[in-house]
Write a protein that binds this ligand. Structure first.
Ligand code: ZN
Length: 186
């Protein structure tokens, strides 16, 4: 039996497509491209900065840090946590694209504060019939988790530049960053 994910696009009801956020995004992109002025930007971030943060929709990373296109790498996931894939991205960022400073930013009211790894695994198992072979990386307390994530970066042999490794909590209520940890000397 075909899963619903294999259903051809043409069989999705027209009404569902009519309200698509992707279609709205494509329309916005056409306007964006008409006024596009970043064709000359180099791929290496000019501020030599990599930012790791949560995928939360309320966080406008460039705006809240006063950054512009071309200045920093932004690596996002649920929670702003360090897994093998963030190590992969940071290794590429430092080794191939020259970044030297790292900011890790978690935030208040994060969804990952509201669930445990076990709860998510159970929920997914209930829906999919199998448990995920990965962890949710739920967060207990921001002030404890930020330093824990920084230490994962500092401990990685693949991230050579950790003398400017700093961790923050962003308050979605005020827009302010609060520094909670740094790892001088890696
Ligand atoms: Zn979050």
């Amino acid at each position: 039996m075909r899963s619903r994910w294999e259903r051809p696009l043409s069989r999705i009801p027209r009404l569902a497509r009519k309200v698509s956020a992707v279609d709205e995004a494509l329309e916005a992109n056409a306007g964006y491209a008409r006024a596009f002025s970043h064709a000359a930007l180099a791929p290496a971030p000019s501020k030599r900065l990599a930012v790791i943060t949560c995928m939360d929709a309320r966080i406008d990373v460039l705006a809240m840090l006063g950054l512009r296109e071309g200045e920093a790498h932004v690596i996002r996931n649920a929670g702003g946590v360090i897994t093998d894939d963030e190590i992969r991205s940071l290794a590429i960022s430092q080794h191939l694209l020259g970044t030297r400073e790292i900011m890790l930013i978690q935030h208040t009211d994060c969804g990952m504060l509201k669930i445990t790894d076990e709860e998510l695994a159970e929920r997914l198992e209930g829906s999919a019939g199998v448990r995920p072979d990965w962890h949710a990386h739920a967060i207990d307390a921001l002030d404890e988790d930020v330093p824990r994530q920084l230490s994962k970066i500092a401990a990685s042999p693949f991230i050579p530049h950790t003398d400017n490794l700093r961790g923050f909590v962003y308050a979605v209520e005020t827009g302010l960053l609060r520094e909670v940890a740094s790892t001088p000397g890696g």
